[in-house]
Design a protein around this ligand. Structure first.
Ligand code: ATP
Length: 327
């Protein structure tokens, strides 16, 4: 028995590694536009994480050199802090994330994680350190349980359930007759939008969340299970209704604080990020201004204008504003 179990265990770990890299591939395809030209340096060492500080130093980058997106950009995302990156559409917010993953290399300057140039560390260790909740999460044709477990193939059923709980997904799962064994993905049940609403209707057990967003909460469950040192939320809660979003953000905040994780939120709606430790406003490929919400409001610049404009919009919906106050 002993002789047999060794190679099997070994195969198990190779299998898990393969699964893990598939998960990373999934993220990769999500962020898309993969550049296979990025090469690992010979003898590259694994990334050594101390606190999780991210620093862009004089970074210039464009998908085509003729059209730079980031221009001599310098910014620091402090270790263990919640940082928001905001700015007009197309200003390069997602590009920052793609560069950090090293889907592309910078044309000038450098990107450091805990003082190490990301071009000097192994790609595997770099990508393992970063978890993303993207704008859209593909699901695998498998059970909900399996889809969540993809974040960490070794997680126990209890851990899977705890993650779903924290991601505000467990209530939804409880509405499906087969619970965690419900099939999702293309050939299973679509876990967002119409179909979910129909399921609720059939069960005559309508809860407040009928606007979808289950996929995003599933992605967040995965991330909670994966528990990477650096977390990125790319418009991660935009499909949720206000109430669900508020509660989910509270849960995410408590996890981040508890674990002292470095997190970056890319957001359009300032209401979801105004409590960040640091807000970085990008414009024209550079940092236009940065600070806390209070600093930036006092300053009366771009952020403060954006805030006023959005607050006026939220003002149409008193409930939105009330909930925003609670976050
Ligand atoms: P949004 O808020 O709309 O998501 P963003 O700030 O995240 O936008 P990016 O996705 O980083 O913006 O894109 C920045 C610019 O780079 C945009 O003008 C976009 O059209 C361009 N861009 C993005 N990917 C590529 C690519 N693979 N090739 C060429 N241009 C690209």
């Amino acid at each position: 028995v002993f002789q047999l179990s060794v190679p099997l265990n070994f195969l198990g770990s190779v299998y898990r590694e393969l699964r893990q890299s598939l998960l990373d591939m999934e993220t990769l395809f999500n962020l898309q536009k993969v550049n296979v030209a990025v090469k690992e340096k010979e003898g590259a060492k694994p990334l050594l994480l101390t606190g999780g500080e991210i620093r862009f130093e004089n970074v210039t980058f464009g998908y085509t050199p003729a059209r730079p997106i980031l221009k001599n950009l310098t910014l620091t995302i402090p270790a263990g802090k919640k940082v928001a990156i905001v700015g007009p559409s197309g200003c390069g917010k997602s590009t920052i994330l793609r560069l950090l993953f090293r889907f592309y290399d910078v044309q000038e300057g450098r990107i450091l994680i805990d003082g190490q140039d990301i071009r000097d560390v192994s790609l595997e260790s770099l990508r393992k350190a970063i978890g993303v909740v993207p704008q859209d999460t593909p699901l695998f044709n498998n059970t909900i349980e399996h889809n969540i477990r993809y974040g960490n193939m070794e997680a126990s059923p209890e851990q899977v359930r705890a993650a779903a709980e924290r991601a505000r997904l467990s209530e939804t799962i409880a509405h499906f007759p087969e619970g965690y064994q419900t099939m999702v993905g293309e050939r299973g049940m679509m876990i967002s939008g119409m179909r979910t609403a129909q399921v609720y209707e059939e069960k005559k057990n309508v809860v407040d969340d009928r606007t979808g967003g289950e996929k995003q909460r599933l992605a967040i469950s995965r991330l909670i299970l994966k528990d990477p040192p650096l977390l990125f939320f790319d418009e991660a809660t935009s499909a949720l209704d206000t109430h669900t979003e508020t509660t989910l953000l509270q849960n995410i905040n408590s996890i981040l604080k508890e674990k002292k994780r470095t997190s970056v939120f890319v957001a359009h709606r300032l209401r979801t990020i105004y409590d960040s430790d640091l807000i970085i406003v990008l414009s024209g490929g550079q940092v236009a201004e940065s600070g806390t919400h209070e600093n930036l409001i006092d300053k009366g610049g771009v952020y403060s204008e954006l805030w006023s404009a959005q607050e006026m919009k939220f003002g149409d919906n008193a409930e939105d504003v009330a909930l925003a106050e609670d976050v």
